[in-house]
Design a protein around this ligand. Structure first.
Ligand code: Q9C
Ligand code: ZN
Length: 334
């Protein structure tokens, strides 16, 4: 399987995040990518597709904000990484405020996604890596892996959150549609619900979103990912959420995976995008499932049995010591 990665993604390296009421080292660290690279062998760099495919998913004003947020933060006299601390509850009024703190709040939904000097570049090249791996599949590869970090699935059309700034999988899915794929299925198997991806395609009938994740009544992102969220308008029925309890092991996981795969097969997509998160691993420091390294081989095999052209996009996974083996095992099973 061809594997894509771009060293410019390392530019994104915030120092700290707010976690359980205190500041701790940022979990979505460049060391994650280094660990995966050491396990999967040589990679190909990203080709620059420029901003048009980003604009096909993200709002112009959001991209402008993300591009300048850290500069604006410094211009306001601040040190360190930019982070919001005030949020507009349910977007009561669409105010066009200039203050950097107000804009950080308006374009984010949590305080665990700081913006550093290299965040735009890192996120930009992460998205380009997804697009480059998609190119390989569009050119006839059965599958390709995009080592994206920062990850993307929590980022919506006009908001960041959950370590995510640009939605790599959504950008690639939209690019696949633009390339002529009439139906695209996204299977998200990160521990956390992919709220950004769900939002982006919620009213779309041509992009199916299926996610297996920790029950949002217990785990982040809380406000999305419940089983009764099934899509709207032309997208009614094209969202499927399969929340699972904390403590889920392979025996509990596989029936949900089979249900997800049945839904996808029924949709008859022309392209599959797999959002792979290794934070379902038993020893993940911020998550609560009990999958083991070997389990990812079986999960990869079952997804591959769909026999669809597949782009695999990296999402979360924070047990850095086991991350390389978890990713390599998933890819080899696939
Ligand atoms: N105290 C991904 O796996 N932080 N994002 C939660 C809990 C957000 C995870 C903080 C976790 C986001 C791509
Ligand atoms: Zn996650």
């Amino acid at each position: 399987m061809r594997r894509f990665w771009d060293a410019r993604q390392l530019a994104h390296a915030p120092a700290l995040e707010l976690h359980n009421g205190g500041f701790v080292p940022f979990a979505e660290a460049p060391a994650r990518a280094e660990a995966i690279l050491a396990a999967i062998g040589p990679t190909e760099p990203a080709a620059d597709h420029k901003e048009a495919p980003l604009r096909a998913v993200h709002a112009e004003d959001y991209l402008a904000f993300l591009w300048s947020a850290h500069k604006d933060w410094r211009a306001a006299g601040r040190a360190g990484d930019a982070s919001g601390y005030a949020w507009p509850v349910v977007r009561r009024r669409p105010l066009a405020l200039d203050r950097i703190d107000a804009r950080l709040g308006a374009y984010s939904f949590d305080a665990s996604s700081p913006i550093g000097a290299g965040t735009w570049d890192g996120a930009y090249w992460s998205a380009q890596t997804a697009l480059s791996a998609l190119d390989a599949v569009l050119a006839g590869e059965r599958s390709a892996f995009a080592l994206c970090r920062p990850p993307g699935h929590h980022a919506g059309a006009d908001y960041l959150g959950g370590y995510c700034y640009l939605n790599n999988a959504a950008i690639a899915a939209e690019a696949a549609v633009a390339a002529g794929k009439r139906r695209v299925a996204i299977l998200d198997i990160d521990y956390h619900h992919g709220n950004g991806t769900q939002d982006i395609f919620y009213a779309r009938g041509d992009v199916l979103f299926v996610s297996i994740h920790a029950d949002p009544r217990m785990d982040y992102p809380y406000y999305w990912g419940h089983a009764d969220e099934t899509g709207e308008g032309p997208g009614a029925g094209a969202t499927l959420n399969l929340p699972l309890p904390r403590g889920t092991d392979l025996g509990t996981y596989l029936p949900a995976l089979d249900a997800a795969l049945a839904k996808i097969a029924d949709f008859a997509p022309e392209q599959l995008v797999v959002c792979y998160g290794a934070d379902t691993f038993a020893d993940d420091p911020i998550s609560h499932f009990r999958l083991r390294t070997d389990d990812y081989a079986e999960i990869g095999r079952r997804i591959a049995a769909l026999a669809l052209p597949a782009l695999i996009v990296m999402e979360g996974g924070y047990a850095v010591d086991a991350l390389g083996a978890n990713v390599a095992t998933f890819l080899s099973g696939f």
